[in-house]
Design a protein around this ligand. Structure first.
Ligand SMILES: [Zn+2]
Length: 205
């Protein structure tokens, strides 16, 4: 067995200093620093959008943040601008220890595509390189947590399991935009149906 840890989008944008604070985000960076020492293979992802990205409401005429639209046969839930390439908000958290992180994979770079996963940038066609990285290291078990402004931690967990890794979502170390009860139930149903296991961070410390 070879375990890997994937730290999803631990970027300044989602900390109190950033433009899109996710409540409780700072404590996840602290956890990431403690937990990553328990893994031999550690990767991180970095949301890395061009300013022209079509997920941003401001790049459409008369559209509001939160609106759901069809764009080039994809479902886009429009957001405020965030994690724009080469801006401070896109940087990884300053407090995040980097010495144990083997590689950082950037995602969300195609302005016309909703890349909601750490693994693919384009409807499961364009790899971010993460799956090749894990397979080259003979990884069998994948643990994930992080900042899920667009549901990306859950989408990444589903992709991970579908790609053949035994996948564990560290549930208390995920910070996301608030979900309705129905959305949370649907998310739990999808994870359970896929075979993703929810664990708590205490089990990794
Ligand atoms: Zn994004």
């Amino acid at each position: 067995m070879m375990k890997a840890l994937i730290l999803v989008d631990l970027q300044r944008e989602f900390l109190p200093e950033g433009g899109w604070e996710l409540p409780g985000s700072e404590s996840v960076v602290t956890l990431a620093n403690r937990i990553q020492r328990r893994f031999r293979v550690v990767a991180a992802t970095q949301d890395w959008h061009p300013r022209s990205h079509k997920i941003f409401a401001e790049n459409h005429d008369k559209r509001q943040v939160g609106e759901v639209i069809d764009f080039k046969r994809q479902v886009f839930r429009l957001t405020r601008p965030h994690c724009i390439q080469k801006t401070v908000g896109a940087e990884l958290a300053g407090a995040l220890q980097m010495d144990n992180i083997h590689r950082v994979f950037r995602r969300g770079q195609d302005a016309d595509v909703n890349g909601y996963s750490a693994f693919f940038d384009n409807d499961q066609r364009t790899s971010t390189g993460l799956v090749e990285f894990l397979r080259a290291r003979k990884v069998t078990d994948v643990y994930l947590f992080g900042f899920s402004h667009d549901g990306c931690v859950v989408h990444s967990a589903l992709d991970s399991q579908a790609l053949g890794f035994k996948t564990f979502l560290v549930a208390d170390a995920v910070r996301s935009t608030p979900l309705t009860t129905e959305e949370q139930a649907e998310e739990d149903r999808q994870l359970a149906a896929a075979g993703v296991t929810k664990v708590l961070s205490t089990s990794l410390l």
